[in-house]
Write a protein that binds this ligand. Structure first.
Ligand code: 5GP
Length: 111
């Protein structure tokens, strides 16, 4: 399924990109909930974590590693990595993405 994130990957929709490699890109969220709010997305259009199969294990690990790298790039040692799976959990774009959120004190548990 094509989503607006496919258009961000292709460049059809512009984004403030902070990371790019063969497997994923990362860019600033258009509605940041914290001083740093970056989305890490695979180039492969997986819907969400539940859509990932055995063959996607290396990709999932890579996305998590890139989340750590972009946080470091932002100068963050304390940050949150979260992914919403399904509309009931807050997913609004159905292309897998990790939110990297930081730069302020974060409350737990989330809503
Ligand atoms: P979700 O709600 O699916 O977990 O997260 C989707 C995120 O994508 C939201 O935080 C939303 O602000 C962000 N978003 C939606 N449209 C755009 C866009 O066109 N550009 C960027 N950079 N972020 C977007």
């Amino acid at each position: 399924m094509s989503t607006l994130f496919s258009k961000i990957i292709s460049g059809e929709i512009p984004s403030d990109k902070v990371w790019e490699d063969a497997h994923c890109i990362a860019f600033r969220d258009i509605h940041p909930v914290a001083p740093t709010h970056i989305l890490v997305i695979p180039r492969t259009p997986l819907v969400n974590v539940a859509d990932a199969g055995e063959g996607d294990e290396a990709l999932l690990g890579h996305l998590l590693r890139v989340a750590g790298l972009v946080a470091k790039q932002e100068g963050l040692s304390d940050f949150r990595v979260v992914t919403n799976n399904g509309a009931g959990a807050g997913q609004s774009v159905f292309h897998l993405h990790l939110h990297v959120i930081g730069g302020r004190a974060l409350q737990w548990p989330p809503g």
